[in-house]
Design a protein around this ligand. Structure first.
Ligand code: CDP
Ligand code: MG
Length: 733
């Protein structure tokens, strides 16, 4: 791998639909053994659906490059494959590989397995389901998926779709990823943090495992960069079949992009020829709100317009709802009436991860929620920000998959050319990398500065990560992983949360802290339907704990369990049953990991005054770097960084405690602290004196208060020593 090879570009002719190869013994899909009527995976006869999907698969561009792809893979250890979204990379390529491995194993009877990574959970689940359907097997048997807190695989699984983060976790226990023969890193152009780390890691692993094949798949962006990184590995291009897409820009800046998007949907639905619409918005609430408004406005037109199926798509949507994006558009109400239309309102999941057929119109406000990280203030937030030109082009491409399409950009042509960056900055350069550093340390990679990152993180970001892990006690002063660090690295939680869980048995509250960790690892459990907002707020108030949101979450979990996981109790109390069920599942999984490390589950007596104190102290032992102090001005300032912050309106904390710890610092209209709990100043200096060391403290009100607390503590210690010496003296008398 160290020898620089000449770059190879394999170009293939575009093969039209007429040139679909006939199935024969050498090129048939052996894994499914379509020449036989029996499915070799489960011994059952193929269903009609299998044959229907097979016909569609045969028309996908990658289908025509199968032989060339397999030959290139045979001849090379690493292969880069680029192709337009929808050309069949994610669904077909792993099946081609599977077919070869299956054939080889027939002679040798050896075991084999393929991993295909996805940056998004939704994509991993959805694609695995689709491929299981294509192979006519049950999901979780031969084809499965693995995402954080959900493993849908079995001992039979030979093709596993998994998030890039999960593959990284697997590498921690199996550094050479020995169970896989072929690893496919999909959607590499997204340049997520985990994919970037995997790229560097797999490059190393391949040196020790010449048998391990790697396929890096990407949309048509940055392909040459991957080729350069892999020392000239061959680049295979799958010619797309994009139809022309006409681009429209607005003439002036639209300040309310959601409203502008809804207006454009209505204009298309009332005036444009048939074809489905894809709208890109930025998040769950915005999407649900837009869907409601679109349905209402279309409803106002009555039968004069065609029926519309309006479907939301975002990452926390339940799987059954996610499948709805693949439902066909509704049919006309009357034989000569206007045609029906499917309208999908999605986050940028639909940009490249999921391909939805039939889209003819794309509406692009040019925005997406992106992670940004400021190492100076240590704040990582999701901010609605302009997308890159490359993203805008991907989005418009979605309109031309099946026929010529139109893309309506809700910004001016000038701002496209002058205001957008050409590529999206890789996630590693805009994230807090503490967790990544911990993972790399666990993988035995000590020299992070010289790790072969495709684009290295900023030195300050790396320094901040090392500093956090050192303060937590996960790394020692030499930067080596401590025993505590090892345990934290095995927990699928952010390091601060991992620390609070590990410390909780010592504070006799691990049962409760475990429940809080589980509740913090699932989406928001409170529901607030538009028509019942008051009742929902009242229900939430009944769970509220005076000391803050973490304990409110604990109340919800306890009540849910006391009511025997009852679905109707959940709806009566405006909490989401599915979310609580998944919190319960997360709790069980975390409990298993704790058992592995002999971390016992225990509780302080509920009637003891220490019950809540112990829980809060455990939380503080992990989150002591996320503390804010209430100033005399009435504002909160984050400790050490002195940023003005506000308690988030969703917080149930109805008084303003002097000190709070927070789970998240988010920036929306203002700087907000979300999920906040009241703590005592004395605990800060008791539990984290190394962090609250006043020598390195900026001048501020919090420092003065802490100084007083230190003095008080010293006085107390003095009195105690005197008392002791008095006793000793009296004892000797
Ligand atoms: O990965 P790439 O974007 O190249 O394409 P793909 O995801 O493999 O999609 C190939 C085809 O499968 C498209 O026509 C999709 O619409 C279809 N597909 C589907 O019907 N259901 C899914 N869950 C995923 C893909
Ligand atoms: Mg794909």
């Amino acid at each position: 791998m160290g020898v620089k090879r000449k770059r190879k570009v394999i170009m293939f002719d575009v093969v039209g639909d007429r040139a679909i190869p006939k199935l024969n013994k050498t090129n048939c899909d052996v894994s499914n053994n379509v020449n036989s009527l029996i499915n070799r995976w489960n011994g059952r006869a193929y269903t009609q659906r299998f044959y229907d999907i097979l016909e569609k698969r045969k028309t996908l561009p990658v289908w025509h490059q199968k032989e060339e792809f397999l030959k290139a893979l045979k001849d090379n250890q690493t292969l880069i494959l680029v192709g337009e979204t929808g050309s069949g990379k994610t669904t077909q390529i792993p099946q081609f590989v599977l077919e070869t491995l299956e054939l080889e194993s027939r002679d040798k009877c050896n075991k084999y397995m393929i991993a295909c990574t996805q940056p998004r959970r939704v994509a991993a689940m959805s694609v695995a389901r689709r491929v299981a359907e294509e192979m006519d097997v049950n999901i979780g048997e031969q084809v499965g998926y693995s995402i954080r807190f959900e493993d849908c695989t079995s001992s039979q699984t030979v093709l596993k779709y998994l998030t890039d983060g999960m593959l990284l976790r697997e590498a921690m226990t199996d550094p050479l990823l020995g169970r896989y023969n072929v690893i496919i890193l999909d959607e590499a152009h997204e340049r997520t943090l985990s994919t970037d780390v995997l790229l560097g890691l797999l490059k190393e692993v391949q040196k020790n495992r010449p048998d391990l094949k790697l396929v890096v798949m990407s949309a048509t962006l940055e392909a040459e960069k991957f080729q350069g990184y892999f020392c000239g590995a061959p680049l295979m291009k799958v010619p797309g079949r994009l139809h022309p897409v006409e681009i429209f820009y607005t003439q002036k800046y639209e300040d309310d992009y959601v409203e502008a998007a809804i207006r454009t949907v209505i204009q298309i639905h009332t005036c444009q020829p048939p074809g489905d619409i894809l709208v890109f918005l930025t998040g769950e609430e915005e999407i649900e709100d837009a869907c409601r408004k679109i349905k209402k406005e279309i409803g106002n037109f009555g039968d004069s317009v065609g029926p519309a199926l309006v479907v939301p798509l975002y990452s926390t949507l339940p799987p059954a709802m996610q499948q709805k994006i693949f439902d066909p558009a509704p049919s006309r109400l009357m034989p000569n009436g206007p045609a029906g239309r499917k309208i999908i309102v999605s986050t940028n999941i639909a940009e490249t991860s999921l391909t939805i057929d039939g889209i003819v119109y794309v509406i692009d406000p040019g925005l997406a929620k992106r992670k940004v990280y400021n190492p100076r203030t240590r704040v990582e937030s999701l901010i609605v920000s302009p997308i890159s030109k490359a993203s805008a082009n991907q989005r418009s491409g979605r309109a031309g998959r099946t026929q010529p399409g139109k893309c309506f950009r809700l910004y001016t042509e000038k701002s496209f050319h002058n205001g957008l960056q050409s590529e999206t900055c890789p996630e590693i350069q805009r994230s807090n990398i503490a967790n990544t550093v911990l993972t790399l340390k666990k993988l035995g990679i000590d020299d992070l500065v010289h790790f072969d990152f495709m684009d290295p993180p900023a030195p300050e970001t790396l320094m901040r990560a090392l500093e956090l892990l050192n303060y937590l006690g996960a790394l020692d002063d030499e930067g080596n992983l401590t025993r505590l660090g090892e345990i934290i690295s095995e927990l699928p939680l952010e390091p601060q949360m991992g620390k609070m869980l590990v410390v909780s048995p010592e504070l006799n509250c691990s049962n409760e802290v475990l429940s809080i960790c589980a509740m913090l690892s699932v989406p928001n459990c409170f529901v607030r339907p538009r028509k019942a907002q008051k009742a929902a707020d009242e229900a939430k108030a009944r769970f509220a704990h005076i000391d803050g949101d973490h304990l409110t979450l604990l109340n919800v979990y306890h009540d849910y369990k006391q009511n025997n996981d009852d679905q109707s109790w959940c709806s009566e109390n405006f909490v989401n049953y599915r979310v609580l069920k998944s919190a319960d599942n997360v709790r069980q999984q975390l409990a298993c990991i704790m058992a592995r490390f002999n971390l016992k589950l225990c509780s302080t007596d509920l009637n003891s005054r220490n019950y809540y104190i112990n829980i809060k102290k455990a939380m503080l032992s992990g989150y002591f770097m996320q503390v804010a102090h209430l100033e005399r001005t009435g504002n909160y300032l984050t400790v050490k960084d002195n940023q003005v912050v506000h308690l988030h309106p969703s917080s149930r904390l109805n008084h303003k405690p002097e000190w709070v710890i927070y789970n998240e610092h988010v920036f929306t209209s203002k700087d907000f602290l979300r999920t906040v709990t009241d703590v005592r100043g004395e605990w800060l200096i008791d539990m984290a004196p190394h962090y609250f060391d006043l020598v390195n403290f900026p001048h501020c009100e919090a420092k003065r208060v802490l100084e007083k607390l230190y003095k008080k503590k010293e006085r107390k210690a003095d009195i105690n020593t005197k008392k002791l010496s008095f006793r000793v003296t009296s004892g000797t008398c």
